[in-house]
Design a protein around this ligand. Structure first.
Ligand code: OSB
Ligand code: MG
Length: 369
């Protein structure tokens, strides 16, 4: 596969509704698109790093620099026959998983288009319908939260995840459970607690939650293991689950009973599939997380989530839940059964709309081999 050109574009898109987590409220998203060209085919990837280092240390600026100075030159220098070659070569560079993942995703899309197959087939996926879930941010009031949840349930979502933080946790779960006693429900703290909050966290055992996602900071597997010992609700790692090796240690320590897989956080599809396969072997359920991606990143997530061991509902929602106009056609939609169909055309199987991409682009650069 001779890569002739890589293009980077920095985009900014407004959300239809603000998104608030324990690290703050965002009205719009800044991210990088990667476009790789070979023999008249184009592959697309999305880099999930945000403008600010809140979810992780990476930002759109660090990703741009690492791609421009190291990852893209290394790709042009030795060429690749398969995306796996890029994954292996990129290992010499420490960290920067989101930058690596975005480029790897573009190469996977390109590779699949060159052999004329949808990505799910290339990955060996099995599912044809992906269980959709919705991640609902912190709202100004519990009334607004209940109202938003009701709307999403009416649209067909099967499972609801609510963001929590100190002061927006036990009473919110109480209200949600009172209003919607039977819905599949889980919470995500994005690392906002410490062991000092153990008493509060233990009260969450009363709400029949599918899981509590990432109560403690990213680099803290040990305290997660201490908390998990004392709780009946499964803990799920997001920010801490940075590689297959990290997941192995987490499971050996008893830090969680469920794993959230995000391509960007783990540095690409190759690593994501390693985690998936490892968890399947250990009988630990996994599901596909999201980073409020545009339809390009979301389509990639949908293909990944076709793998057999993605047994829990995913953070995969319809295009219109995130953006007024998505970057792809057709947009991602959710069926009345609360599922998302898997695209069947080659590669990501959806069409990026160049005009819309250009309208949201703040900065653009072309690199040639
Ligand atoms: O922790 O899962 C998270 C969005 C941005 C950063 C972190 C997270 C999220 C979400 C959104 O929960 C999930 C989605 O894309 O629908
Ligand atoms: Mg999370």
């Amino acid at each position: 596969m001779k890569i002739e050109r890589i293009e980077l574009s920095l985009l900014e898109m407004s959300y239809v509704h603000y998104f608030e987590t324990s690290f703050g409220r965002e009205e719009k998203r800044t991210f990088i698109l990667v476009k790789a060209a070979s023999g008249g085919e184009f592959g697309y990837g999305e880099i999930v790093a945000d403008r600010m280092p809140l979810y992780s240390y990476e930002t759109t600026s660090t990703a741009w620099t690492v791609l421009k100075e190291f990852l893209i030159p290394s790709l042009f220098k030795s060429g690749i026959t398969h995306p796996q070659d890029f994954y292996e070569r990129a290992q010499v560079f420490k960290g920067h998983p989101m930058a690596k993942a975005g480029l790897e995703l573009a190469l996977w899309d390109l590779f699949a288009k060159c052999i004329g197959q949808p990505l799910w087939k290339v990955y060996g996926g099995e599912r044809q319908e992906i269980p959709a879930g919705v991640s609902v941010g912190i709202q100004d009031s519990t009334e607004e939260l209940l109202e938003r949840i009701r709307t999403f349930l009416d649209e067909g979502y099967r499972r609801v995840k609510i963001k929590i933080k100190p002061g927006w946790d036990v009473h919110v779960c109480e209200e949600v459970r009172k209003e919607f006693p039977g819905i599949p429900l889980q919470v995500d703290a994005n690392g906002a607690y410490t062991l000092k909050d153990k008493a509060t966290l233990k009260r969450l055992d009363d709400f029949d939650l599918i899981m509590i996602e990432q109560p403690f900071p990213p680099y803290d597997l040990w305290d997660h293991s201490l908390l998990q010992k004392e709780m009946k609700t499964p803990l799920c790692l997001d920010e801490s689950a940075v590689s297959q090796d990290a997941v192995r240690k987490a499971l050996e320590m008893g830090s969680c009973r469920i794993v959230n897989i995000k391509v960007g956080r783990v540095g690409g599809i190759v690593e994501a599939i390693k985690i998936h396969d490892f968890c399947r072997q250990k009988n630990i359920p996994v599901w596909c997380g999201g980073m409020l991606e545009s339809g390009i990143g979301r389509a990639h997530n949908i293909h990944l989530a076709t793998l057999s061991h993605f047994t829990l509902p995913n953070d995969l929602s319809a295009s219109k839940r995130y953006y007024k106009q998505d970057l792809i056609e057709p947009p991602v939609e959710i069926s009345k059964r609360g599922t998302i169909a898997v695209p069947q055309s080659p590669g990501i199987g959806v069409n990026p709309q160049e005009g819309r991409v250009n309208k949201s682009t703040l900065r653009h650069e072309i690199f040639s081999g």
